[in-house]
Design a protein around this ligand. Structure first.
Ligand code: RVP
Length: 507
């Protein structure tokens, strides 16, 4: 006979935190958001890898490439570079993160001398960069011919047909530095010559990278950076349960720090086989997360299989239509609560703590606090990160507002690489499980994450918690009625500002 769960399947919106006692020592500046990423014997040893903030970016084409990985690692979180691409290009992305010298930027807005002012303006709108190097062939590694900044053109006075070669600051007027230059020396040159950027060139005068004044500044002020023992940024990568025997060695070779099996449904032999393969070939030196699951049984299965962390959530993603198309899934709050209880029971029984990650359905910033309070050790976010400059997707103007494109891994757009694996032949799987969409553009990741986490810290203090562990211990959660939700917003007043309320998360 079919099994019926007693509790309805609930979402984050159906819960609130009831504040607890806050001692005077409980202030946001004293809160630590450090949280374990992989399994460990809690109480007996240090977790081998901890995140400095409880946020990881989703394994998605529209979210996690090397640019996102660097930006998020700078803030203390981690990206999982999407696996729905060739092994070579995914490994190259991982390698770029590991090779990234903080402060030295590979330019992604490059011009050739025969491009027009119109194209410069278009590129600037699209990527948001105001400094663009000009190279012979228009690539990031071509022979350097000049640089275009906003100071080189005036839209009101110039024709849009004008060629880059005619208004760029030419090579002979540029101050450049050789590849051997350290960040400290590059910064000295920038200050001495009052520059905004410094091109780094090789012995043939080919462009290698750019150093920006602002990057150096920010580098100094990122105490949370996720760095490995060689002071390189840490990065994760998504894998599937089909080509792991080829993909994993390439990712390991590229220097990946953590892997994660990317699947909408993780309670399967395919995931177990994949983890077993990793243990057989790498022992415990390669860390691997698994998922997604939505109940205690699924958690137990993957924990027993040896997963280093377990992701929770089916069908809650903003672009996900799995529940509609397949009728599977569970409310994200209920799933998180049940899996967290299973995680705690597993710890009690075995002494091994397997971190869990609530994945999908985080809409408001306070949903992060709720997910953590419900027992999640960290959260995975797709839509949230897709909105920032650093996501790989296009920034476009829609109805007068800037938007970023955001599409599901199960959408027609992404599914050439078919994430929704059943471990076998894909032929015949023609339905989509995700949509292609726009999300409101939200500027720089650094600013967005800072605002979000300031809210999380503040909420934690309201609950009398200085750590995530303490929050999970002390949190008092209440289910809200639909009428109390109305009470929670502005109500029974006439708003002076008619613009709908827009939170940091774009809602
Ligand atoms: P969200 O943060 O709500 O945008 O959700 C992101 C999550 O949605 C991903 O981490 C993944 O688990 C899930 N996803 C990704 N693609 C799809 C799909 O096409 N259905 N779902």
């Amino acid at each position: 006979m079919a099994y019926y769960f007693d509790e309805p399947s609930r979402t984050f919106n159906e819960y609130l935190l009831v504040p607890g006692y806050s001692p005077s020592t409980c202030v946001p500046a004293a809160v630590s958001l450090k949280t374990p990423l992989v399994r460990y014997r809690k109480g007996e040893e240090e977790c081998p890898i901890s995140l400095n903030i409880p946020m990881i970016s989703a394994i998605m084409q529209a979210v996690s490439d090397d640019g996102m990985a660097v930006a998020l690692a700078t803030e203390g979180g981690m990206s999982f570079v999407y696996g729905s691409q060739s092994i070579e290009s995914q490994a190259a992305m991982v390698a770029r993160v590991k090779d990234y010298k903080a402060g030295f930027v590979t330019s992604d807005a490059n011009l050739s001398p025969d491009m027009t002012l119109a194209q410069v303006v278009e590129l600037k709108e699209k990527l948001g960069h105001s400094t663009m190097p000009v190279t012979e062939d228009g690539t990031a590694t071509g022979k350097l011919l000049g640089v275009v900044t906003e100071r080189d053109y005036r839209l009101s006075r110039m024709s849009l047909d004008e060629k880059v070669a005619d208004f760029m600051t030419p090579r002979e007027k540029l101050i450049v530095a050789p590849v051997s230059t350290s960040l400290k020396v590059a910064n000295d040159i920038i200050w001495d010559h009052k520059l905004n950027s410094l091109p780094i060139v090789d012995e043939n005068d080919h462009l290698v990278s750019l150093v920006f004044r602002k990057d150096y500044d920010s580098h100094k002020s990122n105490p949370n950076e996720m760095l490995d023992s060689h002071k390189r940024y840490m990065v994760g990568a998504g894998i599937n349960t089909r080509d792991y025997a080829e993909r994993i060695p390439a990712l390991v070779e590229a220097g990946v720090d953590v892997l994660c099996i990317d699947s909408s449904e993780g309670y399967s032999d395919w995931q177990k086989f994949t983890i077993e393969w990793v243990r057989e070939h790498y022992g415990n030196t390669v860390k691997i997360g698994a998922g997604n699951v939505v109940d205690a049984e699924g958690f137990r299965f993957l924990a027993d299989a040896g997963a280093d962390f377990i992701k929770v959530g089916i069908g809650g993603g903003s672009i996900c239509i799995t529940r509609e198309t397949k009728g599977i899934g569970r409310g994200q709050a209920t799933a998180t609560i049940e899996v967290a209880a299973a995680r705690d029971a597993y710890f009690k029984e075995t002494g091994v703590y397997v971190p869990i990650c609530s994945d999908g359905g985080i809409v408001y910033d306070h949903h992060i606090s709720l997910a953590l309070a419900m027992g999640s050790d960290f959260v995975m976010l797709g839509r949230y990160f897709a909105r920032f400059d650093e996501s790989p997707s296009n920034k476009v103007m829609v109805n007068g507002s800037y938007m970023k494109e955001y599409w599901g891994e199960g959408s027609a757009r992404a599914r050439n690489w078919q994430r929704y694996d059943l471990g076998g032949d894909k032929k015949g799987m023609t339905f989509e499980e995700g949509v292609d969409s726009y999300v409101p553009y939200a500027g720089a990741l650094k600013d967005g994450v800072a605002l979000t986490l300031s809210k999380v810290r503040s909420t934690m203090c309201n609950c009398g918690a200085l750590t995530i562990d303490e929050l999970q211990d002390k949190a008092k959660l209440t289910i809200v009625s639909s009428t109390s939700i109305v009470e929670g917003g502005a109500h029974d007043v006439l708003l002076k500002d008619k613009t709908p309320y827009v939170s940091n998360t774009g809602h």
